[in-house]
Design a protein around this ligand. Structure first.
Ligand code: GTP
Ligand code: MG
Length: 373
């Protein structure tokens, strides 16, 4: 029997490839016989060879496909079909191309901590920059506060009660968590009741807007049934710039983006419009990244290399209408007992930016006040 009559089989098969963007992918395998007709496919379609990009070679029984300068578009399932008069065989492999890091983070915490420690607010009358955390129930608002406080205290902080998973908000009081240690770290975070899916539950939009304007006193208990009344002892009639929120932080769980819709987005838009009218900076902390992306869970430093996270950030931007550069994926302490520098750095990177933006807002407002006086 001539060689060409042997039914083709693979002696070695194509192997899955994961390469960095720009690298050359080399797919190769060996058949049991020569003089074969070969055909390469990509995603079940005949591969259209592009000069300078694809190079197909056949050296006796060895078949090779090289893909130069791999880019995202080169990803896919590559299949090699072998054929002769005696029969056919095929094998395939996935090619994935890692993204180049599309945002960089300084993975050293001390320079960022030092920078925040010595931060000077642009108006002497404002002792703390105030951030209001706002978002769905169980988004990780309280956990963000615990994580930031843990960074500054250099030990795990759990006073801001984070809850087990539930559909009802665990946080119901308006509480302020100051980061200040003496005159250092002049930042405060207000924890607030979560927004629930149902119309009549969770924090009311009017109350959030009152909190942005500085009308809500600490320890006020939120009610889903009625907003804070102007007659209440918890209503601050003439808030100063220090009482106001200086940056609205929308906290959104990356692993539950699909659940954020309808009524809920409507509520968030009203709040965001109110903040926009005040000229207040607004950002998104995209939490629970470890639950949303296995690559990020395996190594937090890959968060800006992960396509999944990039897609989540784009999806979040589309849903909420917040620009991409105002969306920060963050990880919170949740099951760790020790301090983790990567968790700290990702949070500090976001914090460093929002502190500057909140300070710009304070300076803008205090200039306006001076102008009016
Ligand atoms: N895996 C993981 N879990 C997180 C992360 N952040 C928060 N969690 C968990 O998510 C759950 C809800 O977190 P909370 O901080 O209580 O959320 P919240 O937004 O304050 O919730 P309410 O006050 O009830 O509205 C808790 O079980 C946290 O441990 C994170 O980055 N990764
Ligand atoms: Mg909470």
């Amino acid at each position: 029997m001539g060689l060409s009559q042997i039914k083709p089989e693979f002696v070695t098969v194509l192997a899955e490839k994961q390469v960095k963007s720009g690298q050359t992918v080399r797919l190769e395998c060996e058949a049991n016989t020569e003089a074969l007709i070969t055909m390469w496919e990509k995603n079940n379609q005949r591969l259209e060879c592009v000069e300078g990009k694809h190079k197909i070679t056949q050296d006796v029984k060895r078949c090779t496909l090289e893909i130069a300068n791999a880019q995202e578009g080169d990803e896919g399932n590559y299949k090699l079909n072998l054929r002769n008069k005696a029969g056919s065989a095929s094998c395939s492999a996935m090619v994935t191309v890692e993204l180049n890091e599309w945002r960089t983070v300084e993975w050293k915490q001390m320079p960022m901590i030092e920078n925040l420690r010595t931060f000077k607010i642009g108006d002497d009358k404002v002792s703390e920059l105030r951030f209001l955390l706002y978002g769905p129930v169980g988004a990780g608002k309280s956990s963000v506060i615990n994580t930031i406080k843990s960074i500054f205290e250099r030990r795990q902080f759990i006073n801001c009660l984070a809850a087990a998973e539930s559909s009802k908000s665990h946080t119901i009081y308006y509480e302020k968590y100051s980061m200040a240690q003496g005159k250092f770290f002049p930042f405060a975070f207000n924890d607030i009741m979560g927004v629930e899916k149902e119309k009549c539950e969770g924090v009311l939009t009017d109350d959030i807007i009152s909190a942005l304007k500085g009308h809500v006193k600490e320890d006020y208990q939120f009610f889903s049934t009625h907003p804070l009344s102007k007659d209440s002892t918890y209503y601050l009639t003439n808030p100063s710039l220090s009482d106001m929120t200086h940056c609205l932080v929308n906290v959104i769980p990356a692993d539950k983006l699909a659940l954020i819709k309808g009524d809920f987005i409507g509520k968030m838009k009203v709040v965001r419009q109110a903040a926009s009218r005040m000229g207040m900076p607004q950002v998104v902390f995209l939490t629970r990244v470890d639950r949303a992306c296995p690559m990020t869970k395996a190594n937090l430093r890959d968060v800006y290399k992960s396509k999944k996270m990039r897609n989540k950030i784009h999806e979040c931007s589309n849903i909420l209408g917040v620009p991409i550069n105002c969306i920060f994926p963050v990880a919170n302490y949740h099951d760790e007992t020790g301090i983790n520098e990567d968790i700290n750095c990702l949070m500090l990177d976001a914090l460093t930016k929002i502190v500057d933006w909140a300070n710009d807002y304070v300076v803008k407002c205090s200039n306006k006040q001076v102008h009016v006086e």
